[in-house]
Design a binder for this molecule. Structure first.
Ligand code: SAM
Length: 242
Protein backbone atom coordinates (compact mmCIF):
# COMPACT_ATOMS: atom_id res chain seq x y z
CA UNK A 1 0.00 0.00 0.00
CA UNK A 2 1.10 3.54 -0.71
CA UNK A 3 0.20 6.37 1.69
CA UNK A 4 0.77 10.06 1.01
CA UNK A 5 0.02 12.68 3.63
CA UNK A 6 -0.48 16.36 2.80
CA UNK A 7 0.30 18.43 5.88
CA UNK A 8 1.78 21.67 7.18
CA UNK A 9 3.79 19.63 9.73
CA UNK A 10 5.44 16.66 7.96
CA UNK A 11 7.99 16.26 10.79
CA UNK A 12 5.19 15.04 13.07
CA UNK A 13 5.16 11.80 11.05
CA UNK A 14 8.92 11.08 11.32
CA UNK A 15 8.60 9.33 14.66
CA UNK A 16 5.27 7.70 13.76
CA UNK A 17 6.74 5.91 10.73
CA UNK A 18 10.01 4.94 12.39
CA UNK A 19 8.70 2.83 15.28
CA UNK A 20 6.86 -0.38 16.01
CA UNK A 21 4.36 -1.72 13.47
CA UNK A 22 4.79 1.13 10.93
CA UNK A 23 8.52 0.61 10.86
CA UNK A 24 8.00 -3.13 10.37
CA UNK A 25 5.46 -2.63 7.56
CA UNK A 26 7.87 -0.30 5.72
CA UNK A 27 10.84 -2.63 6.26
CA UNK A 28 8.87 -5.59 4.90
CA UNK A 29 7.92 -3.58 1.79
CA UNK A 30 4.19 -3.76 2.63
CA UNK A 31 3.91 0.00 3.10
CA UNK A 32 5.41 3.01 1.33
CA UNK A 33 4.63 6.24 3.16
CA UNK A 34 5.56 9.85 2.77
CA UNK A 35 4.45 13.11 4.38
CA UNK A 36 4.54 16.12 2.04
CA UNK A 37 4.78 19.71 3.14
CA UNK A 38 1.99 21.81 1.62
CA UNK A 39 4.25 24.85 1.88
CA UNK A 40 6.42 23.29 -0.87
CA UNK A 41 3.51 23.98 -3.23
CA UNK A 42 3.27 27.73 -2.60
CA UNK A 43 4.86 30.50 -4.69
CA UNK A 44 5.27 33.45 -2.34
CA UNK A 45 8.14 34.42 -0.08
CA UNK A 46 6.21 33.54 3.09
CA UNK A 47 5.03 30.17 1.74
CA UNK A 48 1.45 31.12 2.63
CA UNK A 49 -1.09 28.31 2.96
CA UNK A 50 -3.93 30.17 4.73
CA UNK A 51 -6.15 33.19 4.21
CA UNK A 52 -9.22 34.90 5.72
CA UNK A 53 -12.63 33.35 5.02
CA UNK A 54 -14.88 35.19 2.54
CA UNK A 55 -17.86 36.71 4.32
CA UNK A 56 -15.85 37.29 7.50
CA UNK A 57 -15.76 35.26 10.67
CA UNK A 58 -13.04 34.15 13.04
CA UNK A 59 -9.77 32.42 12.13
CA UNK A 60 -8.11 31.46 8.88
CA UNK A 61 -8.76 28.82 6.23
CA UNK A 62 -6.39 26.62 4.24
CA UNK A 63 -6.14 27.91 0.66
CA UNK A 64 -7.06 25.62 -2.22
CA UNK A 65 -4.01 26.22 -4.49
CA UNK A 66 -1.30 24.40 -2.46
CA UNK A 67 -3.59 21.37 -2.02
CA UNK A 68 -4.52 21.15 -5.72
CA UNK A 69 -0.89 21.60 -6.75
CA UNK A 70 0.32 18.97 -4.28
CA UNK A 71 -2.29 16.51 -5.59
CA UNK A 72 -1.27 17.23 -9.20
CA UNK A 73 2.39 16.68 -8.31
CA UNK A 74 1.42 13.31 -6.80
CA UNK A 75 -1.21 12.04 -9.21
CA UNK A 76 -0.96 14.08 -12.38
CA UNK A 77 -3.19 16.73 -13.94
CA UNK A 78 -6.70 17.05 -12.45
CA UNK A 79 -9.19 17.25 -15.31
CA UNK A 80 -11.80 20.04 -14.98
CA UNK A 81 -15.09 19.10 -13.32
CA UNK A 82 -13.72 15.79 -12.01
CA UNK A 83 -15.02 14.85 -8.60
CA UNK A 84 -13.49 12.77 -5.82
CA UNK A 85 -13.33 9.08 -6.61
CA UNK A 86 -13.45 9.55 -10.37
CA UNK A 87 -10.22 11.50 -10.12
CA UNK A 88 -7.84 8.57 -9.90
CA UNK A 89 -9.47 5.45 -8.50
CA UNK A 90 -7.51 6.08 -5.28
CA UNK A 91 -8.99 7.35 -2.03
CA UNK A 92 -8.46 10.87 -0.86
CA UNK A 93 -9.26 11.22 2.83
CA UNK A 94 -9.90 14.54 4.56
CA UNK A 95 -9.79 14.36 8.37
CA UNK A 96 -12.55 16.55 9.79
CA UNK A 97 -14.83 16.61 12.85
CA UNK A 98 -17.70 16.89 10.33
CA UNK A 99 -16.87 13.54 8.71
CA UNK A 100 -18.22 10.01 9.01
CA UNK A 101 -17.31 8.57 12.44
CA UNK A 102 -14.26 6.31 12.05
CA UNK A 103 -14.80 2.61 12.76
CA UNK A 104 -13.15 -0.79 12.37
CA UNK A 105 -15.42 -1.37 9.36
CA UNK A 106 -14.14 1.81 7.71
CA UNK A 107 -10.54 0.77 8.47
CA UNK A 108 -11.22 -2.55 6.69
CA UNK A 109 -12.69 -0.77 3.67
CA UNK A 110 -9.69 1.57 3.42
CA UNK A 111 -7.24 -1.32 3.81
CA UNK A 112 -8.46 -2.67 0.42
CA UNK A 113 -7.12 0.38 -1.45
CA UNK A 114 -3.65 0.36 -2.94
CA UNK A 115 -3.14 4.13 -2.56
CA UNK A 116 -4.48 6.46 0.14
CA UNK A 117 -3.92 10.21 0.28
CA UNK A 118 -4.63 12.01 3.58
CA UNK A 119 -5.21 15.74 3.91
CA UNK A 120 -4.58 17.17 7.38
CA UNK A 121 -6.51 20.38 8.01
CA UNK A 122 -5.52 23.27 10.29
CA UNK A 123 -6.92 26.61 11.43
CA UNK A 124 -10.69 26.63 10.71
CA UNK A 125 -10.29 23.89 8.10
CA UNK A 126 -9.93 23.89 4.34
CA UNK A 127 -11.59 25.75 1.44
CA UNK A 128 -14.77 23.82 0.48
CA UNK A 129 -13.67 23.52 -3.18
CA UNK A 130 -10.91 21.11 -2.12
CA UNK A 131 -13.50 18.88 -0.46
CA UNK A 132 -15.98 19.05 -3.32
CA UNK A 133 -13.46 18.38 -6.08
CA UNK A 134 -10.85 16.07 -4.56
CA UNK A 135 -12.04 14.31 -1.42
CA UNK A 136 -13.58 10.82 -1.55
CA UNK A 137 -13.87 10.21 2.23
CA UNK A 138 -14.41 12.68 5.09
CA UNK A 139 -13.52 11.01 8.39
CA UNK A 140 -13.92 12.13 12.00
CA UNK A 141 -12.15 10.35 14.85
CA UNK A 142 -14.69 11.57 17.42
CA UNK A 143 -17.04 14.29 18.54
CA UNK A 144 -14.43 16.78 19.69
CA UNK A 145 -12.30 19.37 17.92
CA UNK A 146 -8.52 19.02 17.66
CA UNK A 147 -6.01 21.60 16.45
CA UNK A 148 -5.04 19.74 13.33
CA UNK A 149 -5.59 16.64 11.21
CA UNK A 150 -2.18 15.06 11.88
CA UNK A 151 -3.14 13.07 14.98
CA UNK A 152 -6.43 11.90 13.38
CA UNK A 153 -4.47 10.83 10.26
CA UNK A 154 -2.14 8.76 12.46
CA UNK A 155 -5.13 7.14 14.17
CA UNK A 156 -6.66 6.12 10.84
CA UNK A 157 -3.36 5.00 9.29
CA UNK A 158 -2.51 2.85 12.31
CA UNK A 159 -5.89 1.10 12.23
CA UNK A 160 -5.60 0.51 8.46
CA UNK A 161 -1.98 -0.63 8.24
CA UNK A 162 -2.28 -3.25 10.98
CA UNK A 163 -4.95 -4.93 8.82
CA UNK A 164 -2.58 -5.38 5.87
CA UNK A 165 -1.50 -8.95 5.34
CA UNK A 166 1.87 -9.72 6.90
CA UNK A 167 2.07 -6.66 9.16
CA UNK A 168 1.02 -8.24 12.48
CA UNK A 169 2.95 -11.18 13.87
CA UNK A 170 -0.16 -13.33 14.23
CA UNK A 171 -2.96 -13.04 11.66
CA UNK A 172 -5.21 -14.70 14.28
CA UNK A 173 -4.94 -11.79 16.69
CA UNK A 174 -6.89 -9.60 14.25
CA UNK A 175 -9.83 -11.94 13.86
CA UNK A 176 -10.62 -12.20 17.60
CA UNK A 177 -10.08 -8.66 18.74
CA UNK A 178 -12.67 -6.05 19.73
CA UNK A 179 -15.25 -5.09 17.06
CA UNK A 180 -14.34 -7.93 14.68
CA UNK A 181 -17.43 -9.95 15.75
CA UNK A 182 -19.54 -7.05 17.02
CA UNK A 183 -18.21 -7.84 20.48
CA UNK A 184 -15.52 -6.36 22.69
CA UNK A 185 -12.66 -8.71 23.45
CA UNK A 186 -12.75 -10.94 26.56
CA UNK A 187 -10.44 -10.20 29.56
CA UNK A 188 -6.91 -11.60 29.29
CA UNK A 189 -4.22 -12.60 31.79
CA UNK A 190 -0.56 -13.57 31.65
CA UNK A 191 1.93 -14.96 34.18
CA UNK A 192 2.17 -15.02 37.17
CA UNK A 193 -1.02 -16.98 37.91
CA UNK A 194 -1.32 -15.24 41.27
CA UNK A 195 -0.16 -11.67 41.91
CA UNK A 196 -0.68 -9.54 45.05
CA UNK A 197 -3.55 -11.78 46.07
CA UNK A 198 -5.26 -11.60 42.65
CA UNK A 199 -5.69 -14.99 41.03
CA UNK A 200 -6.24 -15.68 37.34
CA UNK A 201 -9.69 -17.32 36.74
CA UNK A 202 -9.28 -21.09 37.30
CA UNK A 203 -10.78 -22.01 33.92
CA UNK A 204 -7.85 -20.38 32.09
CA UNK A 205 -5.41 -22.65 33.96
CA UNK A 206 -7.50 -25.78 33.38
CA UNK A 207 -6.17 -26.72 29.95
CA UNK A 208 -9.79 -27.43 28.91
CA UNK A 209 -10.00 -25.57 25.59
CA UNK A 210 -13.74 -25.96 25.16
CA UNK A 211 -14.40 -24.56 28.64
CA UNK A 212 -11.95 -21.70 27.98
CA UNK A 213 -13.69 -20.87 24.68
CA UNK A 214 -17.12 -20.90 26.40
CA UNK A 215 -15.85 -18.65 29.23
CA UNK A 216 -14.34 -16.19 26.76
CA UNK A 217 -17.55 -15.96 24.72
CA UNK A 218 -19.60 -15.31 27.88
CA UNK A 219 -17.15 -12.69 29.16
CA UNK A 220 -17.04 -10.93 25.78
CA UNK A 221 -20.85 -10.81 25.62
CA UNK A 222 -21.22 -9.57 29.22
CA UNK A 223 -18.52 -6.94 28.75
CA UNK A 224 -20.10 -5.67 25.53
CA UNK A 225 -23.56 -5.55 27.11
CA UNK A 226 -22.22 -3.55 30.05
CA UNK A 227 -19.85 -1.19 28.24
CA UNK A 228 -21.17 -0.91 24.68
CA UNK A 229 -24.82 -2.02 24.43
CA UNK A 230 -25.04 0.14 21.26
CA UNK A 231 -22.88 -2.42 19.39
CA UNK A 232 -25.27 -5.23 20.27
CA UNK A 233 -28.31 -3.10 19.33
CA UNK A 234 -26.78 -2.29 15.94
CA UNK A 235 -26.12 -5.99 15.36
CA UNK A 236 -29.74 -6.82 16.34
CA UNK A 237 -31.28 -4.23 14.03
CA UNK A 238 -29.03 -5.42 11.16
CA UNK A 239 -30.17 -9.02 11.61
CA UNK A 240 -33.84 -7.90 11.82
CA UNK A 241 -33.64 -5.95 8.55
CA UNK A 242 -35.31 -8.03 5.82
N1 SAM B 1 -13.73 24.73 12.04
C1 SAM B 1 -13.78 23.29 11.96
C2 SAM B 1 -15.17 22.80 12.34
O1 SAM B 1 -15.81 23.44 13.17
O2 SAM B 1 -15.60 21.73 11.83
C3 SAM B 1 -12.73 22.66 12.88
C4 SAM B 1 -11.34 22.88 12.41
S1 SAM B 1 -10.13 22.11 13.44
C5 SAM B 1 -9.70 23.39 14.58
C6 SAM B 1 -8.71 22.04 12.41
C7 SAM B 1 -8.47 20.71 11.70
O3 SAM B 1 -8.24 19.68 12.65
C8 SAM B 1 -9.58 20.20 10.84
O4 SAM B 1 -9.56 20.79 9.56
C9 SAM B 1 -9.30 18.72 10.79
O5 SAM B 1 -8.37 18.38 9.77
C10 SAM B 1 -8.68 18.44 12.15
N2 SAM B 1 -9.62 17.85 13.14
C11 SAM B 1 -10.05 18.44 14.27
N3 SAM B 1 -10.86 17.65 14.97
C12 SAM B 1 -10.97 16.49 14.27
C13 SAM B 1 -11.68 15.29 14.47
N4 SAM B 1 -12.47 15.09 15.53
N5 SAM B 1 -11.56 14.30 13.55
C14 SAM B 1 -10.78 14.47 12.45
N6 SAM B 1 -10.07 15.62 12.21
C15 SAM B 1 -10.17 16.61 13.09
Amino acid sequence: MKIDILTLFPEMFDSFFSHSMMKRAIKKGILRASARNLRDFTHDRHRTCDDKPFGGGPGMLMKPEPVFEAVEALLGKIPPRTRGRALTGRRFVYLTPQGEPFSQQKAKALSRSRHLVFLCGHYEGVDERVIRRLVTDEISIGDYVLTGGEVPAMVVIDAVVRLLKGVLGSEESKSFESFSHNLLEYPQYTRPASYRGMRVPEVLLSGNHQAIERWRRQEAAQRTLKRRPDILKKQESRSCTP
